[in-house]
Design a protein around this ligand. Sequence first.
Ligand SMILES: NC(=O)c1ccc[n+]([C@@H]2O[C@H](COP(=O)([O-])OP(=O)(O)OC[C@H]3O[C@@H](n4cnc5c(N)ncnc54)[C@H](O)[C@@H]3O)[C@@H](O)[C@H]2O)c1
Length: 382
Amino acid sequence: MLHGQFLCRIIYAFIYSKYLVLISLVNTSEFKNKVQGLPTYNRTKEDLIKNPQTWVITGVAGFVGSNLLEALLKLNQNVIGIDNFSNSSGNNLTSVQASIKENWSNFTFYEADIRNLDDCLKVCNGADFVLHQAALGSIPRSIANPIATNDSNINGFLNMLLAARDSNIRRFIYAASSSTYGDHPALPKTEDRIGRPLSPYAVTKYVNELYADVFGKIYGMETIGLRYFNVFGPRQSPNGAYAAVIPKWINSLLSGNACIINGDGSTSRDFCYIDNAIQANILAATSTNVNAVNQVYNVACGASTTLNELHQTLVRNIAKHNYQTIESKPNYQDFRNGDVLHSLADITKAKKFLGYNPLYSAEEGLKNTANWFIKNLNTKGS
Ligand SMILES: NC(=O)c1ccc[n+]([C@@H]2O[C@H](COP(=O)([O-])OP(=O)(O)OC[C@H]3O[C@@H](n4cnc5c(N)ncnc54)[C@H](O)[C@@H]3O)[C@@H](O)[C@H]2O)c1
């Protein structure tokens, strides 16, 4: 009898300890985010697989475009892509083809230019949704050559809007930018409080929002702007003068060079892993919430990382792979013209209206990204 009671107590203690572990897990914000974010997004993806749609992706050979392409082909969707390779090569498309294999035949590619209205009309023909990503990115590039940035980012944008209108596209989702917050000092950034633009690039991205808004009012078009905050991940180009910080630094670290930090490293950003941006695009295109359309949304994680922290995390992730020659001391240089010191998003609006919930923290995303680059740029690692 006593022996039985003792056994019961041991079983009880065992179950209770498992319960405590579960409760502590459930209480982490990361776990909550994942559990809350999954139902809407998973259901949306299941619906798309059952009922495939036709999507136009502009800038499909670029970083965000090629990742959207891969995600949509995996969901058995039909995709029409356009790119003029002005800031990309065919490498990202080859890489998607290798990862997709059989669904690749659902993809039609046009090497064409959104500055040409006929090209835009050609790609929009018969499509359901447009995910407009094509643009010349980079604030320094726009300062060096504002006309080129304006041509693709404003004239090209307007062509795509017109083509989408005349092709009766169901919804036009476009890549907006956190640069639209300009010199507004408030943190975190909420969608309705913006300042004055600090670069030609920021002007173009703001003009996109104004055009989209007017096309909604005048022509009844459904548009949604996604203000990306420093999106990063696999396939983002590490090359050229205008490369983004994360692929550029990973490349430097893998080749044993010091990373250049503009400023003292206290500059902070809301780094957003690509899978979160893909989620936002898919939810924005398919949302049945009538209040969600003709709006702009922050797409980020809602957490800030300084450049010094980013550097340390990348060094740590890459050092794990036995890179002997890693140069772990950064090289500090002057602050860059047109850059804001801090950027942090409030993502409440996207959560509320689109059911968006970032499933990857910056930390998890950086680990995946470093691993991807080590596999794909591998020269010296193990
Ligand atoms: N990556 C980020 O952190 C970030 C942040 C804010 C906004 N955005 C916006 O997101 C979108 C995608 O950015 P990305 O990082 O993938 O850039 P990217 O340069 O990798 O991709 C853009 C693609 O558009 C193509 N393109 C440019 N002009 C074109 C034209 N006239 N006709 C056809 N194709 C053209 C380029 O060749 C490139 O392949 C852009 O609109 C960018 O402004 C990106």
